[in-house]
Write a new protein. Structure first.
Length: 401
């Protein structure tokens, strides 16, 4: 087996995922194509050497349908021999794409690849592709409920209060504001430009640095009415009969933000990098995907990380920095509790509560974020993990070289 190295990791800024967001006017394929073009330009990359482009995208319909990866490769002006594939592992799609690209390199099936993701949530609404997971019969038979109710279920069972999740959300906002102030994201961000070459967005636009504890506390629970009035809370009793009542603690302020964005990670063998004149920034130590219980759904980062650490021959204490996707505040809180990890090593630059969660792209974005921060702090190892719809988890461990 060969080793897979990360040579570069780039992303767009995250744009507010609404009609008034800065990236709403940019089609998702153009968002991705522009990023791929920028990745090639800044690395003086001969694109004929790229053997595959794997892109995660969750809502593969409308403008994000018909293998957006291949279309973006063409629009980016890559060599005509470069193929593209689009995949969907829900919120883990972007990291899954990078892991798959790296696996090809490690297996010797490819020498230089790109993995990443794209999601334009302002143009292609989340859930607009439908699907079997959301079929009412599926919910009735298995007790599968919307993720927000699953997040509240975790909080209820494991003792996280409204104050806990609001305090975490406030910390996410403050850490993101600090990271932006000290330009922590600038190395990895490629500004989005329109067809005339005018910059549309150069920095993340979702963060609210003026967020306060009082403001967060005034927000209504987002999933309480859905759970109580429509009987969805009761469905969870099939799996968790001991829970008399779910305590609904998650709001729009302590859940991930809806945004547009794309990410791309250049992965290759040591030999391919040397041939292209590239210097490796990190190697991938382990990459795993797992299945977890589908009703509580969002606990997957814990077993995924445990499995990745075991495969790498490491312990949690060997990891310098963690990126745990903030789909809901309880997810990283639960991770820290169960993994016995100091919260000061988790999401040191904030996360999706402040910055947003462009579903198919987030995992690849987080990989770049942790790599940039490891370099900035002269640290060695990072672990990225995300919870995934339907009860799955994904984790990747990288080590600087």
């Amino acid at each position: 087996m060969s080793e897979a190295f990360i040579y570069d990791a780039v992303r767009t800024p995250r744009g507010r995922g609404k009609a008034n967001g800065s990236l709403h006017a940019i089609k998702p394929v153009d968002l991705l194509a522009g990023l791929l073009r920028g990745l090639a330009q800044r690395n003086q990359l001969d694109t004929s050497a790229v053997e595959d482009v794997s892109i995660g995208c969750v809502t593969q319909t409308s403008e994000q349908g018909a293998c957006i990866a291949r279309t973006a490769v063409i629009l980016a002006g890559y060599d005509e021999d470069v193929p593209g594939v689009t995949l969907n592992r829900f919120c883990g799609s972007g990291l899954e794409a990078v892991n798959g690209a790296a696996a090809k390199v490690a297996a010797g099936y490819a020498d230089l690849t790109i993995g990443g993701g794209v999601e334009s949530m302002s143009r292609v609404a989340m859930g607009s592709d439908g699907g079997a997971l959301f079929d009412p019969q599926m919910a009735f038979d298995y007790g599968i409920v919307p993720q927000g109710i699953s997040a509240d279920l975790i909080a209820t069972i494991y003792g996280f209060t409204r104050d806990d999740v609001d305090a975490f959300a406030l910390r996410s906002q403050k850490r993101a504001a600090d990271a932006i102030e000290r330009r922590a994201f600038e190395r990895g961000i490629l500004p989005v430009k329109d067809v005339a070459g005018v910059t549309v967005l150069a920095r993340d636009e979702l963060p609210r640095p003026d967020t306060t504890k009082e403001g967060l506390g005034s927000l209504k629970a987002s999933f309480e009415a859905m759970g109580t009035q429509f009987g969805l809370d009761a469905l969870t009793k099939q799996r968790y009969p001991q829970v008399e009542n779910i305590r609904h603690v998650h709001t729009a302020g302590n859940s991930s933000g809806i945004v547009d964005g794309a990410a791309a990670v250049l992965v290759g063998s040591r030999e391919a990098g040397a041939k292209a004149g590239l210097k490796p920034r990190a190697r991938i130590r382990a990459a795993v995907s797992i299945s977890a219980e589908p009703v509580i759904m969002l606990t997957g980062p814990v077993p995924a990380s445990q499995k990745a650490l075991a495969k790498a021959g490491m312990k949690a204490s060997d990891i310098d920095l963690f990126e745990v996707n903030e789909a809901f505040a309880v997810v990283p809180l639960f991770f820290a509790q169960q993994m016995n990890v100091d919260p000061d090593r988790i999401n040191v630059n904030g996360g999706a509560i402040a910055l947003g969660h462009p579903l198919g792209a987030t995992g690849a974005m987080l990989l770049g974020t942790v790599l940039d921060e490891l370099e900035a702090r002269n640290l060695a190892t990072g672990l990225v993990t995300l919870c995934i719809g339907g009860g799955m988890g994904i984790a990747t461990i990288i080590e600087r070289v």
